[in-house]
Design a protein. Structure first.
Length: 245
């Protein structure tokens, strides 16, 4: 396996992520601004951005921090919102098991929603691609750099960015563009619909618990539908095997 081919695969991963960079940039900028406007200092927001690298969890936690919600609720909300990364890493694991523990930890840290979608697309279209790790690394690093640059711009320019820019809408649209491809599978679609309905119905709950309820219900529905789908496929397969030819 030549070094040049791995480098080409990494560059391809970064190149195929670039068309999605405006959405990543907008969402990172929104998150950076939100952290500072929620009361965090510039230093605290910078450290959080570099260590957490989880925009949706950060944005879910910021309103709770701003309203002085209990620490347990802030922590629980961030963990639940980020539970999808457990699923991501479980699906990525078979392709990275041959790597050292340190490298797997690094690749796990830079996993992101958009690059995960790009990587699973590669696996579907080119299952025998010889440089999957390099492709993933190149794209995930590009994602990380774009996110951190935009987040830091938002952090340091928060006071100068007016609300009239509508960055919240731009970031939301970026997430919608990401969510739609993921909803091609029935479990993901069912979970997204359930989460949205519950979050809207529970919007008036204190401490923004409506969002937390929506996430929990969405995950539960997605897992239930996925289990039912696999169970139905298993029964159909067993029935077909028992049918005499």
């Amino acid at each position: 396996m030549s070094e040049s081919s791995r480098r080409d695969a990494a560059l391809r991963g970064a190149r195929e992520l670039l068309p999605l960079s405006p959405g990543i940039f907008a969402w990172g900028l929104v998150t950076g601004v939100a952290m500072v406007k929620s009361g965090l200092s510039t230093l605290d927001a910078t450290i959080l951005s570099l260590l957490a690298y989880a925009g949706s969890a950060q944005l879910a936690a910021m309103p709770l921090i701003a309203t002085l919600a209990p620490l347990w609720l802030v922590t629980l909300t961030a963990i639940i919102v980020n539970l999808r990364f457990v699923v991501y890493t479980a699906l990525l694991r078979p392709h990275f098991t041959h790597l050292t523990a340190g490298r797997r930890l690094w690749l796990g840290y830079i996993v992101g929603d958009i690059m995960f979608v790009r990587f699973t697309t590669l696996l579907q279209q080119e299952p025998n691609h010889p440089h999957k790790v390099a492709y993933y690394t190149g794209g995930a690093l590009a994602n990380w750099v774009i996110w951190q640059v935009s987040s830091l711009i938002g952090i340091f320019a928060a006071s100068a960015i007016p609300a009239s820019w509508g960055l919240e809408l731009a970031g939301t649209l970026a997430l919608v563009a990401l969510l739609v491809p993921l909803c091609r599978q029935w479990p993901a679609f069912a979970g997204a619909v359930a989460a949205a309905v519950v979050a809207v119905l529970a919007h008036s709950l204190p401490l923004r618990l409506g969002l937390l309820c929506g996430v929990v219900v969405g995950i539960a529905v997605a897992l239930f539908v996925d289990h039912q789908s696999k169970d139905r496929q298993s029964r159909q397969r067993d029935a077909s095997e028992r049918t005499p030819s």
